[in-house]
Write a new protein. Structure first.
Ligand code: HPA
Length: 234
């Protein structure tokens, strides 16, 4: 047990999928894993371990934002031995070619300041996905009838943004979408020699103001879970 994860040693698999929403962890475990067992409910941040095609998998909620994800990812890696961590979540589209329901595989995650920012001092560290996961996820996504984009995303600290000029610069520099967690996940994976990837569904678009209706979010979420699982075990 750790401060934020009530699981026993051995309860957490080496491969962990991390949705922001703990109820999404429950939904994914119930719909995609065999013999899923609840392994954490501290603070309602649900985590389940089960199996997929004979492979052991944990699906653990991360909460929203880099400080929350950082707590769970640190404990999963340092205390429970997680080795492959895949964020499955939503993002806001930033480029015109990025449409609602498309999936973005985040090759890099730019950020103003993650919880790890202070250790780099004047270096702008470049958080990047694990290549083997990225390649496998791109292959898994290509066989589906969804738009797929691979490139840079922006991990913001705010959902209700008071600095639209930052978004403008991100758009100008080709950033595909905005979310709030991946940069810290990639940084921790680099620090502890783990593999990490963020698989993101475009749930809204900053340019057009469109947003995905809630019934379509579930179907998109299922695509992401399958892409993440196939990538993890390819
Ligand atoms: N901003 C930040 N995070 C997000 C967004 C957004 O527009 N959409 C989904 N996650």
């Amino acid at each position: 047990m750790t401060i934020h994860i009530g699981a026993q040693q051995g309860d957490i698999a080496e491969t962990v999928l991390m949705p922001g929403d703990p109820y999404r962890a429950k939904w994914a475990a119930e719909n995609f894993l065999q013999n899923a067992q609840l392994v954490n409910e501290v603070r309602g941040m649900l985590g389940y371990t089960g199996s997929w095609n004979g492979h052991r998998v944990t699906i653990q909620g991360s909460g929203m934002g880099m400080p929350s994800l950082s707590i769970y990812a640190n404990e999963l890696i340092r205390d429970f031995g997680a080795k492959t961590l895949i964020r499955i979540g939503s993002c806001g589209g930033m480029q015109p070619q990025v449409k609602l329901r498309d999936v973005i595989l985040a090759m890099t995650a730019s950020t103003v300041g993650s919880p790890s920012h202070s250790i780099f001092k004047d270096v702008n560290f470049a958080p990047a996905a694990d290549w083997s996961l990225l390649q496998a996820a791109a292959q898994a996504a290509q066989s589906r009838e969804i738009g797929i984009h691979v490139g840079g995303i922006y991990s913001s600290d705010t959902f209700y943004d008071e600095r639209p000029d930052l978004n403008e610069q991100m758009v100008r520099h080709g950033i595909l979408g905005v979310e709030m967690e991946a940069a810290e996940l990639y940084t921790l994976a680099a620090r502890y020699q783990c593999r990490a990837l963020a698989v993101l569904t475009v749930s809204d678009h900053l340019g057009t103001g469109e947003a995905l209706p809630s019934e379509q979010r579930e179907r998109s979420f299922g695509d992401m879970v399958e892409i993440a699982l196939e990538a993890a075990f390819s």
